[in-house]
Design a protein around this ligand. Sequence first.
Ligand code: GDP
Ligand code: IMO
Ligand code: MG
Length: 427
Amino acid sequence: MPALVLLGAQWGDEGKGKATDLLGGSVDYVVRYQGGNNAGHTVVVGDQKYALHLLPSGILSPGCTPVIGNGVVVDPSVLLSELSGLNERGVDTSKLLLSGNAHIITPYNVTVDKVTERFLGKRKIGTTGRGIGPTYADKINRVGIRVQDLYDESILTQKVEAALDIKNQVLTKLYNRRAIAVDQVVEELLAYAEKLRPYVSDTVLVLNQALEEDKVVLFEGGQGTLLDIDHGTYPFVTSSNPTAGGACTGAGVGPTKISRVIGILKAYTTRVGAGPFPTELFDEDGEALRRIGGERGVTTGRDRRCGWFDAVIARYATRVNGLTDFFLTKLDVLTGWEQIPVCVAYEIDGKRVEELPYSQTDFHHAKPVYEMLPGWNEDISKAKSFSDLPKNAQAYVKALEEMSGAPISAIGVGPGRDETIEINSFL
Ligand code: GDP
Ligand code: IMO
Ligand code: MG
């Protein structure tokens, strides 16, 4: 049976949590493959709302095994408190598998994230301050700490020493901060070791054996395509690969195993943090999208920047991820506009451009070229099938599908599991 990837097609917060949860009941494993607790995935089940940061959204489906893959960066204190928070709400978390090769977000990585942002001043990225970038930097610099290191005190101490050697020089001499003591870090990390031990496993082996046994594996991306370190709006990106290829490296599963790549796509666009955003609105329409869509960050509580749908970005996401399907979310939020502008191309230095420019300078200069689509006033939150939607809402979906380059196989009309119109089955 297939492996499916579900990922953000824009700048994150497209509704990946809801979409994953929807499929969670029909799959055997849900795997996070990159990012960390910079993610905030909302799942609404009945009258219960869950905000998941590090745990795969499949944790809420009893038959599903949640997996944190090798490509994820893990803050142990966040993981443990997320687990105990769910346990208190009656969710069984005992099946969780945590890769021994996943890198640990140490307290000094969080410190470095925050001081670096402060130092950058107005050039800052607007990170979530969770230590994500510095932890991936340590991984690439080969001074990272992995989950498995928690079980060998002498190795752990040597690795923390190696990591802090240069960092303490930078912290004290450049940032005017106090040096971080190796012993203190080692002690704090060792305190997590036994609590995490029941979950630690060879997740690469488990997932590949599961696929050989025809089990269904769903990879749940964090962030989104335009936040990808290679394919996003660099440098205003996160430090991992949310795009489809990231699922292979971040979980140790070969590309031949992946049969479906589902892009989660909001019916308009949002972004948190700094960086270019061609369709961003600074008027009452932007304010209305924020208010009606509840566009406030799940992780940081920051207001999300809001704008109209951008088909150039959607086409780009189709291409770099090899998308087979879209899951269009939050269509209900657009109810009530007489006309809805959709960005179909950019104008850059007086020229019409149909595809995302590879040059950062060009993208910063991109102005949206809008096409106006007729809106609708009917409440669509109870729609169960495509034909239940008003004609103009149907036409909006069809227009987006045409522009975006992959079929829209599901439509979200509300935050709940059942507030979804399924058009083509994902499984
Ligand atoms: P994620 O990070 O991609 O999982 O998305 P977030 O959870 O950060 O943000 C998506 C928000 O939209 C959450 O509050 C969801 O409950 C909500 N949501 C998801 N799908 C829909 C939908 O189709 N309609 C509405 N109104 N809300 C939705
Ligand atoms: P989910 O999974 C939206 C953004 C931050 C910042 C940039 C870098 O909920 O969609 P980082 O802390 O990762 O180094 O910050 O990336 N960012 C997100 N924006 N949704 C997310 O996750 C995000 N995770 C990181 O705001 O601009
Ligand atoms: Mg989110």
